[in-house]
Design a protein around this ligand. Structure first.
Ligand SMILES: Cc1cc2nc3c(=O)[nH]c(=O)nc-3n(C[C@H](O)[C@H](O)[C@H](O)COP(=O)(O)OP(=O)(O)OC[C@H]3O[C@@H](n4cnc5c(N)ncnc54)[C@H](O)[C@@H]3O)c2cc1C
Length: 412
């Protein structure tokens, strides 16, 4: 039986391991003391904190839903939640997605609603986009772009959309065409995005799902990968000079893994130094009651960019929210800014992430493609949000793991 070493025990490494374990001898190496990566949770009081930001699960891929609900955690162990997301704007809460909420904006500011409508319907989308700002303007028109899309994205990427590539955005946002936009002015039509409703485990803790993925797998935690090389004499990958594998699957961030590979060319190290990403700081709060699932905050003078009302993912609901801000912030900054909002009652926990968001700057294509071609040339398969340096949600990580498993099992 061939041996596979999987570097990293996040959703990607665990999903791949779950599938490959039946056919290969798989070992997963994880540097932290627990599996789950970016999706992991912590138990605080009687509640669940997502230290790297709140998560919900759904997928447009039937094979992913089939895998999760039939091979990982039975569907009757999840409950469904209807998204009820809002955007803080004009001193109010506007329903998300904003382009379907023009009637609501009209009640607050008629001229603004009129300008949004005029601009949206006359926007000229010629399919050529200079940058992300240009993409927003051509898809949604100038007024909506300037009111919401440009300021919110400026906050979440910590970079102005004019300096970013639009490569990530297709399929990630609800995109009404002119007809559906017009229909939304006449009726209460809603978007059909996969996260319009979503699943959360009945245990009220995403860890139940992650533990179910990990069940039965050979995972070595507290094991940091520091050194990788291919030993031609024995035709094996050697990790940290001691672990031998026929096949190596990487899910570690691309900027990190290149530096671990013995004799990686300087050009590849340079590419990896050019990759940009953001960290995220979160704080877990006891709160007042809300019926919302999350709140987007585009306003530049508000410290946070998003509240995840995680307590409303639970059944029964509880009053807990996670506030998120891009970058590395101190505990004191989080508390001081949270105290400006009476909705947030008491801080309970705090975390600064490592990798959280890939940044799609103008160097993105050349650097990411250069690294992926190199890994491919030395037969390291790479997988996952930072292993592929893509804006992937958990379901896409699972889908990519399924695709890679099918590819590897067909040739081995
Ligand atoms: C703020 C935020 C909100 C999100 N919300 C959602 C959501 O609502 N729904 C959704 O589906 N997805 C969401 N996602 C995306 C989701 O979290 C990711 O797609 C997924 O968790 C990525 O899994 P991964 O295994 O590819 O990567 P990771 O989770 O990064 O796993 C990589 C693993 O490698 C380990 N590692 C790193 N270096 C080493 C080393 N040297 N040696 C050994 N191990 C190492 C890490 O500890 C980690 O466990 C969100 C992401 C963020 C940042």
């Amino acid at each position: 039986m061939k041996t596979i070493g999987v570097l990293g025990g996040g959703i990607s490494g665990l999903s791949f391991g779950k599938l490959a374990n039946t056919v290969f001898k798989v070992e997963i190496l994880e540097k932290s003391n627990d599996w789950g990566g970016i999706a992991k949770t912590l138990q605080i009081n009687d509640s669940t904190y997502h230290p790297i930001g709140g998560h919900c699960f759904n997928s447009k891929y039937p094979e992913v839903l089939d895998f999760v609900f039939n091979k990982v955690l039975d569907k009757d162990k999840w409950h469904i939640i209807q998204r009820n997301a809002v955007i803080k704007l004009l001193g109010n809460e506007i329903d998300y997605p904003i382009e379907y909420s023009i009637k609501q904006i009209n009640k607050l500011n008629h001229d603004l609603a009129l300008n949004i409508t005029k601009d949206f319907l006359s926007a000229n989308d010629d399919g050529n986009y200079k940058n992300l700002e240009d993409w927003f303007r051509k898809k949604f028109g100038d007024t909506l772009s300037e009111l919401y899309f440009i300021p919110y994205n400026n906050k979440i990427w910590n970079k102005h959309p004019s300096e970013m590539s639009p490569a990530w955005v297709e399929g990630k946002l609800p995109l009404p065409n002119k007809n559906s936009f017009f229909q939304s002015l006449l009726s209460d039509v809603k978007d059909q995005m996969p996260h319009a409703s979503f699943f959360y485990p009945n245990s009220n803790n995403q860890k139940t799902f992650i533990d179910a993925l990990a069940e039965g797998l050979n995972i070595e935690c507290n094991y940091e990968v520091k050194d990788i090389f291919f030993d031609k004499k024995i035709s094996k990958w050697v990790v940290n000079g001691e672990k031998l594998y026929d096949i190596l699957i990487n899910t570690l961030p691309l900027n990190h893994v290149c530096k671990l590979i013995k004799d990686a060319p300087i050009e590849i190290i340079n590419y990896s130094n050019n990759l940009k990403y953001n960290q995220v700081t979160t704080m877990f709060w006891e709160t007042e009651t809300t019926d919302k699932t999350w709140t987007y905050i585009p306003e530049g003078d508000n410290f946070f960019h998003r509240y995840i009302h995680i307590g409303n993912f639970f059944s029964p609901k509880k009053n807990y929210t996670i506030t998120e801000v891009i970058g590395r912030k101190t505990y004191e900054e989080m508390v001081e800014n949270g105290e400006k909002d009476p909705f947030l009652i008491k801080p309970l926990a705090y975390n600064v992430s490592e990798h959280a968001y890939v940044v799609f700057d103008q160097n993105y294509d050349i650097s990411v493609n250069g690294i992926k071609n190199y890994l491919d040339s030395i037969s390291i398969k790479t997988l996952g949000r930072f292993g592929e340096w893509e804006y992937y949600n958990m379901d896409i990580c699972i889908k990519k793991s399924m695709d890679l498993f099918n590819e590897i099992s067909s040739i081995n």
